[in-house]
Write a protein that binds this ligand. Structure first.
Ligand code: GP9
Ligand code: MN
Length: 630
């Protein structure tokens, strides 16, 4: 390539190619929300600024073949970083974090899921890399290398750093305190690009690691004071002791979202059994119950439920802080004579469960090896839910009572595979196979839960138990918004709709109770620990947790999401927009005004609360407390 008689240096050609590619990925393959021209501009310049900064490092090599090797590998590694993020994004609508790279024990189990995320046209991603490698072998590439004098090298470096500062300055203008309030990875990637986001993530990682070493128990007083004043003041459960001495059967229903409840597809009911429970006299159904999970998905929902602490904003807390001291529900129940067990027909090391369950004081984990798994009785991720419950019954019947048990279903997991003979309803018809196939697997799980109830009723366990059914997290990510808007018959999925789609069902079934109803108050996974313990009549006054008893009116009034968004009785705050919760009306857009908004005061509480929970976990602060001696 020649411009005005001069050859354009290879590092500039590589920067341009890589910049264009990165921009295309940011703009068209990641679903990044752009609200104004400044955001568009930042997203456009960032890929080129980043490429120039990295590829121009090559001029510091005096040896020309090193220059070429550097450019080749920089292009290859850079492309792999983008590509891995893209594959991850297709499933989770999120970006990779360092802790996730170390969750290797999960990787082996992800087989079919990952394959369905890789597309044939992905080879195009590597086109510029192949080009650079090919050219550098075939043509006389040395003519395209440079040997600048020192002053010129310093000049190029200053220019690239100046460009970078310009990018960061614009980012800071667009999003003040971007780095200090960085709950939201999309904001980071949008403003500083994927590569600086990864560097930032690495810096956060080392900070988190040092926090445990430096922690002492001093901050616990402040945290306890916050909990006493803001969360628990005057807490008095209406249903205190309603299930005293009973067994607990907790069903964690994989990927079931509330939008399927009392809804139909192709004219067929999706969840006939759960719908029946909505109106059942022994059942409380929470229609505005939100999952609060992040990158740790099912494991985050378990963490929230057992501890009433928030999961990590990056990675899965089950992995990153699996060795911490906890004061989890199974431990508190053990003190009251309960035996605890988890049933889940997957590898026991998935999500590091085998390790953290011991720390949570769970007595027994019936994993994959406890089940008879054949080709015929499995699909997708493994043992189908119906044989899973059938085979679990034997263990359950032999268990000493009272027990606390958790059943984690699996069939309704992405990519929602199901053999035709197990299908009771047909898939939906839209441009998203994920959404289409979701409905038959949801129905399958609904039937499996119904059969489980039937089996329980044939034993004396049923009458002596309290049964919880909870959706662990969403199953349909924002990548399927288009198909989802078609199904829900709305024009588009706004940030408000997206938050509302994070509702998952919560049923509390108390055989013989006769006072059940549908409850519309907002609720979340953080609330389960105090709710369950109080229903069993167990005192929690010495405990440290961030949720509220769901059968108590004077609650703290908001459900916080890990990215700093929240839902309150009145408002929903999402993507910098404050909405009225019941109508979805936009009340204020954060970037357009600095005035105090109705959402603002709650937002501050949300951030304080998330920070306190992080402090406990990162500092492993419970090691400084003897909960029995307070
Ligand atoms: C894995 C199962 C699914 O054991 O719990 O995990 P998810 O991908 O939903 O977090
Ligand atoms: Mn799950």
């Amino acid at each position: 390539m020649v411009l005005k008689g001069k050859k354009i240096p290879l590092f500039i050609i590589a920067s341009l190619l890589f910049g264009v590619k990165t921009y295309i990925v940011y703009r068209f393959m990641f679903n990044i929300e752009l609200d104004n021209v400044l955001q568009e501009l930042i997203l456009l310049i960032n890929p080129f600024v980043t490429s120039i900064v990295f590829f121009s490092l090559t001029i510091w090599f005096r040896n020309k073949s090193w220059q070429i090797t550097f450019i080749r590998y920089a292009a290859l590694i850079g492309t792999l970083v983008i590509y891995f993020n893209l594959v991850f994004y297709r499933s989770f609508t999120d970006f990779l974090t360092i802790p996730q790279l170390f969750q290797t024990s999960n990787a082996a189990d992800l087989g079919t899921s990952v394959l369905s995320l890789v597309k044939l046209y992905d080879v195009l991603f590597f086109a510029d890399v192949a080009c650079i490698w090919y050219l550098s072998k075939k043509m006389d590439i040395y003519e395209y290398t440079v040997s600048y004098p020192k002053r010129k090298r310093a000049f190029v470096l200053s220019i690239s750093l100046l460009l970078l500062s310009g990018n960061f300055l614009l980012a800071e203008m667009e999003r003040p305190q971007l780095f200090t309030r960085a709950f939201d990875r999309e904001y980071l990637v949008k403003n500083i690009g994927l590569f600086y986001y990864h560097m930032y993530d690495a810096a956060v990682q080392s900070k988190v690691k040092s926090q445990r070493v430096l922690a002492d128990g001093n901050n616990l007083q402040e945290i306890k004071k916050y909990i006493a004043e803001e969360i628990r003041s005057g807490e008095q459960s209406e249903l205190l002791g309603v299930a005293k001495g009973r067994n607990v059967i907790f069903i964690s229903a994989e990927s079931i979202q509330s939008f399927v409840i009392q809804n139909d597809v192709n004219g067929e009911e999706i969840t006939p059994f759960l719908n029946q429970l909505v109106n059942d006299k022994d059942t409380y159904y929470f229609e505005n119950f939100y999952h609060q999970t992040q990158q740790g998905k099912t494991s985050d929902s378990e963490f929230l439920t057992e501890n009433s602490l928030y999961p990590s904003s990056r990675g899965a807390v089950f992995f990153t802080h699996g060795e911490n001291e906890y004061h989890a529900m199974p431990e508190m129940l053990k003190e009251k004579g309960y035996y605890s067990a988890v049933f889940h027909a997957n590898n026991t090391s998935f999500w590091n469960r085998d390790q953290i369950y011991t720390n949570l004081s769970i007595d027994q984990f019936y994993g994959k090896d406890a089940y008879e798994i054949t080709e015929d009785n499995s699909v997708g991720w493994g043992l189908k839910d119906k044989p899973f419950f059938e085979q679990s019954m034997e263990y359950l019947q032999a268990m000493e009572q009272p027990f606390y048990t958790k059943f984690i279903t699996l069939t309704n997991h992405f990519p929602f595979e199901l053999n035709a003979k197990d299908r009771s309803i047909e898939p939906y018809d839209s441009n998203s196979n994920t959404l289409n196939n979701y409905f038959p697997t949801v129905r399958y799980t609904d039937e499996a839960i119904e059969q489980f109830f039937t089996m329980l009723k044939q034993t004396s366990i049923y009458e002596n138990s309290i049964i919880f059914i909870m959706g662990d997290h969403d199953g349909i990510s924002a990548n399927h918004n288009k198909a989802m808007s078609r199904f829900l018959e709305v024009e588009e999925i706004t940030p408000y709709d997206y938050v509302q789609l994070q509702r998952v069902p919560l049923f509390i079934h108390i055989p013989g109770h006769n006072n059940g109803k549908v409850i519309s108050k907002i609720a979340g996974q953080i609330d389960l620990k105090p709710t369950i313990l109080h229903m069993l009549g167990i005192d929690t006054s010495n405990d440290i947790y961030f949720g509220n008893d769901l059968f108590h009116d004077d609650r703290k009034g908001f459900i916080a999401f890990r990215n700093g968004d929240f839902v309150s009785e009145e408002f929903i705050s999402a993507s910098g927009i404050c909405y009225e919760r019941l109508t979805g009306e936009v009340l204020q857009i954060e970037s357009e005004s600095n005035q105090d908004t109705s959402c603002q005061s709650i937002k501050e509480k949300v951030e304080t609360e998330l920070a306190y929970s992080d402090e406990i976990i990162y500092g492993d602060l419970f090691r400084f407390i003897d909960f029995n001696k307070q």
